[in-house]
Each structure stands twice: as structure tokens, then as C-alpha cells.
Design a protein around this ligand. Structure first.
Ligand SMILES: Cc1cc2nc3c(=O)[nH]c(=O)nc-3n(C[C@H](O)[C@H](O)[C@H](O)COP(=O)(O)OP(=O)(O)OC[C@H]3O[C@@H](n4cnc5c(N)ncnc54)[C@H](O)[C@@H]3O)c2cc1C
Length: 405
């Protein structure tokens, strides 16, 4: 078969979207080069769900068995009061909003599975990033932080919520990143509660805290979600972020002081606003965005990873179907992905209202309702009904079988 047009593709970011894209670009005859800022693939991390159409992508990549093998196997979760009393408990799939083959896995484990599929074939450049992009008639010249300079036919920004590619091609992130009014923090903690694949959630006005252990971890994770107006801080200053977190949870009950105290030793501290990326278009000339860089739905949607998997598949597929014609491919990619993204983005603001209660009254009602539901037979069925929107959104795209003409 003839060589595909525009075959040299630079992908910025070896996350979920970037590695998925690299796999499918290779399959369709393109030559991906993936540049990743981190010195190595980012492993470990929080647990994420792969649902709906994204499962089909994973299956078409032939790694469903590995994803199942690496799943967190969290058995269930409970909601607790300030004294640690469990008011309601549910099995893991119901608690996590999963059905059928939906799988929960640590983000880093999924990333490694995807990366392993391409590591010998795609070119990976770790510990580097792009500092400038200059588009000419026949390609884009990329200058790398390490000092190199190379020309590519196309550039894909798959570099996450705070995408540098997006900033270079489209302008400052303030125009596109919309803060939902909450912050999220997550990091590893010792498993001092001896949790065995179990999750405990504590809800207080404007502040939720939770901790869980998974089959993949001897320790546990702590996660915090709190409502707040915009906070001023430097994204590269974890000390300042840890201080903001401690201030937000000052005086809080349950295990919160112990979880906060463990932050000092955490090797993987994460802190960010709960934000969505909204853009009128995802491409400009020969540059296009994928995953969170294009359309972050926020961790509250529970669908960012699935969107990144599907987006990587569709973008590479449309490039193949258009035989490398980037204008046609980028337009087709947007029209296939937009309705799917819109449905999933709606989940973020809707879900967060169930995750963080705003007043004492709301907390009281939530705990009463959960306690009541906990006593009723068929509580799993009731919960499944509540979680229906996420499954609808997760399946709101029909995946084409892409081939080059
Ligand atoms: C606490 C939390 C919980 C979550 N829970 C879920 C969930 O339950 N379900 C779900 O589906 N999603 C969940 N998500 C969201 C999910 O992690 C993301 O939506 C998903 O990882 C997006 O994939 P991505 O490839 O677009 O970006 P990322 O996975 O963020 O990857 C971006 C990559 O780009 C690299 N990078 C960044 N800047 C540069 C640069 N300048 N140059 C080169 N490389 C760069 C990064 O190092 C990273 O490797 C959660 C997120 C968080 C934070």
C-alpha cells in the first residue's frame, strides 16, 4: 500500500489519549513521535473507570484481558459519619457506578498497558516537551526544550487539562478552562484503617473526604473534594497547595486530620481545580487536540479516561479514512466526537452536587436517605437507576471500523 499522506505525527503527551492515539496511528500506517514531559511514564495514581464505548476501544486494541487482570477489585464502599459509624454500604460496582464489563483500574496501570503496546514501534521522547510550533505550508516546525528542532506533518496536543500545545496554538488557558467551583486533591497514604479493597467516604458541608485501598496497593489513597471560590496558587508549588488543602479542612472530624498529616510523605500529591475545557473547535491548521486538552469533562464526570480512549481511536481512524487529509479528518473527528463529549461533560456539574453537600441540612438529608436506602431490599437496583445517566453518556457514540481507502 502507498505511504499515507501527512504520516509524521508529533503527539505531545504520553497519557491515555496520547498512547491510544500512537497505537492507532501505527495501525493505520502513520509514524507517531510521542514527546512526554515526565522522565518516564507516569505510573500509579488514582483509580479510574473505563466504561461503555471506551471498552470497545480497549477490546479492539486486544488488551481487555490485561485491563481486567489489573483491575482494582474494590469490593465496596461505605459512607461514614464524623465518628466513623458506617451509615450505608454498597458493593464496589454499584458504589463506583459500573455495569457489565466496566472496569476500574489505576490510571497509571492503564497507561502502562497502552504504552507497552507501542513502545518498540512508536518513537517516544521522555523528559522533553515542545516549546514552540511554527506552521509552514508543508508542515509544523517544533522546537524542543532539549534544544532539538524537527518538522512534522501534523501535531496533536494530548497533554492534558493544562495543555501547553493548546496554549501555543490557541492562546491562554483562561479562555478555555472553566472552573466548576471545586478543588480536588489525591495522594497515597498509609493504610492505617486496614482497609481491604474498601472505600470510606465522609461528607461534611462543602467538604468531602475519602480513603480507599485497592488490590494493586499495599497502602491506601486519600481524596479530598471541596467547594471553593477561585484560589490563587502556583501550579508548580506543592507546598502552597498542601497549605491550601490543610486550610480548607481545618477543624474537620473523622480521619481527616490523620489523612492530612500523611501528605508530607506522599510521593504523588495531586491538587487541581475541578475544571472543564470548552472550546469551539479542537483544530487549527495542522494542530489538533485530543483528550483532556480538548474537552476535559472533570474528574467529577468519571468519564475523562473513557473520552481520551475514544478520542484517540476516532482521531487516528478519521485520519486514516481521509488518507491523511488533515482538514477532512479533523472536521470528521470533531463531528463524531462533539455529541459524545457534550453528553459526558454534562455529567461533571451534575455529579459533583451528589459528591459535595453544600449545607448542614443537605448533609443530614443525604445521610438519612442513604441510611434508609441501606435497609431496603434492592438498594443496588435503586442506586443503578441513579447512575443511569453515566451509562447513557458512556455509550453515546457508535464507533466506526476505520480503514484507509
Ligand atoms: C482525582 C481524579 C480522578 C479521576 N477519576 C476518573 C474516573 O473515575 N474515570 C475517568 O474516566 N476519568 C477520571 N479522571 C480523569 C482522567 O484521569 C483524565 O480525564 C484522563 O487521564 C485524560 O487523559 P489525557 O491523556 O487527555 O490526559 P492525561 O492522562 O492527563 O495525560 C497527559 C500527559 O501529558 C503529559 N504532559 C503534560 N504537559 C506536557 C507537555 N508540556 N509536554 C509533554 N507532555 C506533557 C503529562 O505528563 C501526561 O503524561 C480522574 C482524574 C482525576 C485527577
Amino acid at each position: 500500500m502507498e505511504q499515507v499522506k501527512n504520516r509524521r505525527v508529533l503527539v505531545s503527551g504520553a497519557g491515555i489519549a496520547g498512547t491510544t492515539l500512537a497505537y492507532w496511528l501505527l495501525r493505520h500506517g502513520f509514524e507517531p513521535t510521542v514527546v512526554e514531559r515526565a522522565p518516564a511514564l507516569r505510573e500509579g495514581g488514582y483509580k479510574i473507570d473505563v466504561r461503555g464505548a471506551a471498552l470497545e476501544v480497549v477490546k479492539r486494541m486486544g488488551v481487555m484481558a490485561e485491563v481486567r487482570r489489573e483491575r482494582t477489585d474494590v469490593r465496596g464502599g461505605s459512607v461514614v459519619t464524623a465518628t466513623g459509624k458506617r451509615v450505608a454500604s454498597m458493593d464496589g460496582d454499584t458504589f463506583g457506578g459500573r455495569e457489565g464489563e466496566d472496569a476500574e483500574i489505576l490510571r497509571g496501570d492503564l497507561n502502562r498497558i497502552l504504552y507497552d503496546l507501542t513502545k518498540g514501534e512508536a518513537e517516544y521522547l521522555f523528559d522533553d516537551s515542545v516549546v514552540s510550533l511554527e506552521e509552514g505550508p508543508d508542515g509544523v516546525e517544533a522546537v524542543f526544550e532539549s534544544g532539538g528542532r524537527r518538522v512534522f506533518d501534523l501535531v496533536v496536543g494530548a497533554d492534558g487539562l493544562h495543555s501547553h500545545t493548546r496554549a501555543l496554538a490557541f492562546g491562554a488557558e483562561e479562555r478555555f478552562v472553566h472552573d466548576l467551583g471545586y478543588y480536588v486533591s489525591i495522594y497515597s497514604v498509609p493504610n492505617h484503617l486496614d482497609l481491604d479493597r474498601w472505600e470510606l467516604t465522609y461528607v461534611s458541608p462543602n467538604r468531602t473526604a475519602l480513603t480507599y485501598s485497592t488490590a494493586k496497593d499495599t497502602g491506601a489513597k486519600a481524596m479530598f473534594l471541596f467547594a471553593s471560590g477561585p484560589l490563587e496558587y502556583d501550579r508548580r508549588d506543592p507546598v502552597a497547595q498542601k497549605r491550601l488543602l490543610a486550610e480548607a479542612y481545618a477543624g474537620e472530624g473523622w480521619e481527616v486530620p490523620r489523612l492530612l498529616a500523611a501528605v508530607g510523605e506522599a510521593p504523588d500529591f495531586y491538587f487541581d481545580s475541578l475544571s472543564q475545557v470548552r472550546m469551539d473547535r479542537w483544530s487549527k491548521g495542522r494542530t489538533v487536540l485530543a483528550g483532556d486538552a480538548a474537552h476535559c469533562a472533570s474528574p467529577a464526570s468519571g468519564q475523562g479516561t473513557s473520552l481520551a480512549l475514544v478520542g484517540g481511536y476516532v482521531l487516528a481512524g478519521e485520519l486514516a479514512a481521509a488518507d491523511g487529509d488533515h482538514e477532512a479528518a479533523f472536521a470528521a473527528y470533531e463531528s463524531a466526537m462533539r455529541p459524545f463529549v457534550d453528553e459526558n461533560q454534562k455529567l461533571g456539574p451534575a455529579n459533583i452536587k451528589h459528591m459535595v453537600m453544600r449545607t448542614r441540612g443537605q448533609v443530614w438529608i443525604q445521610l438519612k436517605l442513604l441510611a434508609l436506602m441501606n435497609r431496603l431490599p434492592g438498594k443496588e437496583k435503586m442506586m443503578a437507576k441513579v447512575l443511569e445517566p453515566i451509562h447513557r453518556a458512556a455509550n453515546a457514540i457508535t464507533l466506526e471500523e476505520y480503514e484507509r481507502p
